[in-house]
Design a protein around this ligand. Structure first.
Ligand code: NAP
Length: 470
């Protein structure tokens, strides 16, 4: 597939191979975009932004509805592309496409309700009879930089609200999984003037770096690791930033929890997309009174998962994104075992595949639960009661989401109050996300919110108009 700059498909002789992580076969090649390509895309976006700001909102909304129809028609192709380059089990890729369709519909709706407000200027002396109102106006050029693990929906979470608010976009999808994003850009391009959407394939250290530093970009909307996020915040200067970064989400299970539901939640939360989910359950915090019952049922459920070819509809857990990611997980598990963790199941690597793994007797200070682990690993930490559970949940530099299973309303509300995270989910795993909810973490998990209405808020600026009747 090709890059898209100023409405043109750009091929290059220098190419990057896109590898299927399930079998190491080459799925496709994409052009090796560089700094010059990023500059051209930013120039074209700056020309296009002058036209887009004058397009009426109802036209933008209609276009987004039609883009939704086009994605719907191509649903199977999108799901296949996601599975081919990111290795996600096909049933989950289909779910991602369904969510993407919702995300674009939410944006089509939001395009028609971007309101300002009137300001009661007479609340201050001297403001009598003066009229003040605000408008929300586009920022201009949004630099969208995205990770490999939700290569369609997370891209739409940036592009669609950006366009709904009349911004233009320069997109740099993950080079590990760019295919769905390139197909999406191709579709969006047919509904707007050249330059409204640009997509550059290349490496973050060059293409991403140019987008972050170039003064022709007004905002960076980034989703990815803490390390890259910190780098971006150092380099972005005065640009507005949204940083959706890593997580280390806890799932607390108290003595009064519905254990079977908690087991289901822990399985979905820990192993979806082979654990490569920012809001995946990364730490299971168990009250001592139910630890044995939970652990027994959880290990049995983990052993039932089908690990294998992600194109097979029966597969629950596919490969990791590449072999180095799988080796990193293998090393982390081995280190945890050397530090005293007990391996209850899993713990085996075969190339890019790593078996779903339960580790018991994990201590809160071990590396496996202090740093984000992006793989199918469930570390169990034992605690005694709600206070210790909250203390352990907060013992991390991350703060994305947190889940708690309890039937006690007081414990639920205490956790909601005291856990330091962007969202606290009661009787749901942290992995739950509805695409319209305010989404985004605190501490090292980032800044700013996504979820269409909230993304639009962060992609517009307020202009005040003062009208003094003479
Ligand atoms: P990553 O390595 O940080 O890469 C993310 C994107 O940043 C890629 O497109 C990458 O380019 C680009 N990039 C790398 N260096 C850059 C630089 N110096 N300047 C600008 N851009 C640069 O993350 P990943 O491995 O793809 O994704 C996994 C991480 O994302 C995990 O930590 C996960 O928790 C997080 N994540 C967070 C959320 C959330 O909503 N909070 C959602 C999903 C994932 P390349 O193409 O060269 O890699």
């Amino acid at each position: 597939m090709n890059m898209l700059i100023n409405g043109k498909q750009i091929a290059k002789s220098e190419k990057i191979e896109i590898i299927n992580p399930a079998n190491n076969e080459i799925v496709d090649t994409v052009p090796h975009g560089n700094r010059t390509d990023a500059k051209k895309a930013i120039e074209s976006a700056n020309k296009a932004k002058r036209q887009l700001k004058d397009v009426p909102s109802h036209i933008i909304s209609e276009n987004l509805y039609e883009i939704h129809e086009e994605i719907l028609k191509n649903s199977k192709t999108f799901a296949k592309l996601i599975t081919l380059d990111c290795g996600k089990p096909i049933k989950n890729s289909k779910e991602e496409v369904k969510r993407s369709l919702q995300t674009i519909l939410l944006s089509a709706e939001e395009a028609k309700r971007i309101y300002g407000e009137t300001i009661p200027l007479d609340a201050c002396a001297g403001g009598e009879n003066i009229i003040g109102f605000t408008k929300k106006i586009p920022l201009g050029v949004i630099g969208a930089i995205t990770p490999f693990n939700f290569p369609l929906n997370l891209v739409i979470h940036k592009i669609a609200p950006a366009i709904a608010a009349k911004n233009v976009v320069v997109l740099k999808p993950s080079i590990k999984a760019p295919l769905a994003a390139l197909k999406l850009a191709e579709i969006i391009d047919t509904y707007f003037e050249a330059g409204v959407i640009n997509a550059i394939t290349g490496f973050g250290r060059e293409v991403g770096d140019e987008i972050v530093k170039n003064p022709g970009v007004d905002k960076i909307s980034f989703t990815g690791s803490v390390e890259t996020g910190l780098n971006i915040s150092k380099n972005a200067g005065m640009k507005k930033l949204t940083l959706e970064l890593g997580g280390n989400d806890p799932l607390i299970i108290l003595e009064d929890a519905d254990i079977d539901k908690a087991v289901d939640a822990a399985v979905t939360g820990s192993y979806s997309n082979a654990g490569q989910v920012c809001i995946g359950v990364k730490r299971i915090i168990l009250d001592g009174k139910i630890a044995d019952e939970f652990t027994d049922k959880f290990v049995k459920a983990t052993l039932k998962l089908n690990v294998g070819d992600p194109m097979d509809i029966k597969t629950d857990v596919g490969p990791l994104i590449d072999e180095s990611a799988a080796i990193e997980i293998e090393n982390k598990v081995n280190t945890a075992i050397n530090e005293g963790a007990e391996l209850l199941c899993g713990g085996k690597r075969d190339g890019t595949f790593y078996t779903p793994t339960v580790l018991d007797n994990v201590k809160s200070n071990m590396n496996i639960v202090q740093e984000e682990t992006f793989g199918p690993i469930s570390p169990l930490i034992h605690v005694n009661g709600i206070d210790e559970a909250i203390k352990v949940a907060n013992d991390t530099k991350y703060g994305l989401q947190a889940g708690i299973f309890t039937c006690n309303i007081n414990n639920a509300l205490k956790a909601a109050q005291e856990i330091d995270a962007g969202s606290v989910l009661i009787n749901k795993p942290s992995t739950y996300r509805a695409d319209n909810m305010p989404f985004g973490g605190c501490k090292m998990s980032g800044m700013g919110k996504e979820g269409i209405k909230y993304a639009v808020e962060d992609m517009t600026k307020i202009k005040l108009v003062i009208l003094n009747p003479i």
